[in-house]
Design a protein around this ligand. Structure first.
Ligand SMILES: Cc1ncc(COP(=O)(O)O)c(C=O)c1O
Ligand SMILES: [Zn+2]
Length: 438
């Protein structure tokens, strides 16, 4: 093999130094509450205060390796930032994931009355069309490093799709546990990969609790339970890409939809890490959270001026992918929004449907219900003056529309039906103009 280059799936991934010779950048796990350090194992809570564990890095080592030039020469995937991801060796799962388009959304900007608007479009993320492919790529790469042969998750749908697909491609056994009333597309999109799909007759919180018990008993790699410190870091790559694709700048305002609240906190962590690594100037970057009104525990806390998140026992919304009544990172999401000068908003099902159609009709992007939540809430934040109209705004679109098509089927009309005749076609498109072909 050529020194300094790694051959991955048909593309030469050019390195400026040999990977194996470098100082490791991922150093340990650390409790977010008390700062105690832990080894890089399949653990996720602090033994002293039950605080969540988070990946920690040697930023001096990161700085020695990563520069704008080095990053921009690498393959266009989320792994171009791998020194800031919690793995020890080479990535082995999801090699084509990430580096999704950042679209300048001029027509939507006009409709919303703002100057500079972008869509970060993870509706076209590889391979399962949601941002969850980012978190799963990291979790399964780490699961393999830890010697696991079975991976699993508790999911509201998209995570299940991604674990199923990536485990299949990696040759790992997988189990995905979901609330049994999910959208049919989300279920088929897991079953097709030959995974073990288990529908639970209960809400997501109950699915999650069961998964914690299974993880304790069977020792499998549950990506969002015992592998959560690794899994969660994958979401940072969405933030890294936004900065790079904006020409190495922070957006002034970023709107993110929330279920557990993890993605929102990790987009912020990404912004902070690029500042720390000297890759971008520290400029103000406010982060805003979006939820559906039928399951908005984090937004409700923000609106009530508290950081105590009250669980929603029975979520009721078309945005099933965001229906987590007890959000694991709710407290940290609230702190992130407050610390950055952002805030939160929620949207009704009708507003979500309107927003899905608005995004589709202006930008040609078909988002799932979670994307509708982001656009609907951004609209409300702009209209109420909480996001200024003349500053840069990024909306994070996290999943593809065909996965939740039943939510809008009755709101998009039906095809016109005619016989295969030019006369009928003309009568249809020009009903008041006599045909010139007669
Ligand atoms: C499409 C989509 N967007 C956003 C989220 C929110 O993710 P988080 O739990 O990190 O807040 C989810 C979670 O399942 C999702 O499926
Ligand atoms: Zn602790």
């Amino acid at each position: 093999m050529v020194s300094g280059a790694v051959f991955i799936h048909g593309s030469w991934w050019v390195e400026n130094t040999r990977f194996m010779d470098r100082r490791p950048t991922f150093s340990h796990l650390r409790c977010r509450e008390c700062g105690r350090e832990y080894p890089k194992e399949a653990i996720h809570v602090c033994e002293f205060d039950f605080g969540p564990l988070e990946a920690a890095y040697d930023y001096n080592a990161v700085k020695e390796i990563l520069s704008r030039e080095v990053i921009s020469q690498r393959t266009r995937s989320m792994w171009r930032y791998r020194e800031l991801l919690p793995i020890d060796g080479q990535p082995s799962v999801g090699l084509h994931t990430g580096f999704t388009p950042l679209v300048r959304a001029k027509r939507l900007a006009e409709r919303l009355g703002v100057r500079e608007l972008y869509i970060k479009n993870d509706a076209v993320n590889h391979p399962t069309l949601s941002f969850k492919d980012r978190v799963v790529s990291v979790a399964l790469t780490r699961a393999r490093e830890l010697g696991m042969d079975t991976v699993a998750c508790a999911s509201t749908g998209n995570l299940a799709n991604s674990v199923a697909a990536n485990a299949a491609a990696a040759g790992l056994r997988s189990f995905v546990l979901i609330p049994s009333d999910l959208e049919p597309s989300k279920i088929v999109n897991s079953l097709v990969f030959g995974t073990n799909v288990i529908g639970i007759q209960g809400a997501y919180d109950q699915v999650n609790r069961l998964c914690s018990e299974i993880a304790g008993k069977y020792g499998w790699g549950f990506v969002n339970v015992n592998l959560r410190p690794y899994y969660a870091e994958g979401s940072k790559t969405m933030g890294f890409e936004i900065i790079e694709q904006l020409g190495w700048q922070l957006p002034q305002h970023t709107v993110v939809c929330m279920a557990s609240g993890s993605l929102l906190t990790k987009v912020h962590k990404a912004y902070q890490e690029f500042i720390k690594a000297g890759l971008v100037d520290a400029t103000p970057a406010s982060i805003y959270g979006a939820q559906a009104s039928g399951c908005s525990p984090i937004v409700t806390a923000i609106k009530s001026g508290t950081d105590v998140v009250r669980p929603v026992p029975k979520p009721r919304t078309i945005a099933k992918s965001l229906s987590i009544g007890t959000p694991a990172d709710g407290y940290y999401a609230i702190r992130t929004m407050q610390d950055t000068g952002g805030t939160a908003e929620d949207a009704s099902d009708a507003e979500i449907i309107d927003a899905i159609k608005l995004l589709a009709e202006t930008e040609g992007i078909f988002a799932e219900t979670a994307g509708g939540v982001t656009v609907a809430c951004a609209r409300k934040l702009i209209e109420s003056g909480r996001i200024p109209r003349d500053e840069s705004i990024v909306l994070c679109i996290t999943g593809y529309g065909l996965k939740t098509q039943e939510a809008i089927t009755e709101h998009v009309g039906a095809p016109a039906l005619i016989q295969p005749s030019l006369r009928e076609f003309e009568a249809l498109i020009e009903p008041h103009t006599p045909s010139t072909l007669n």
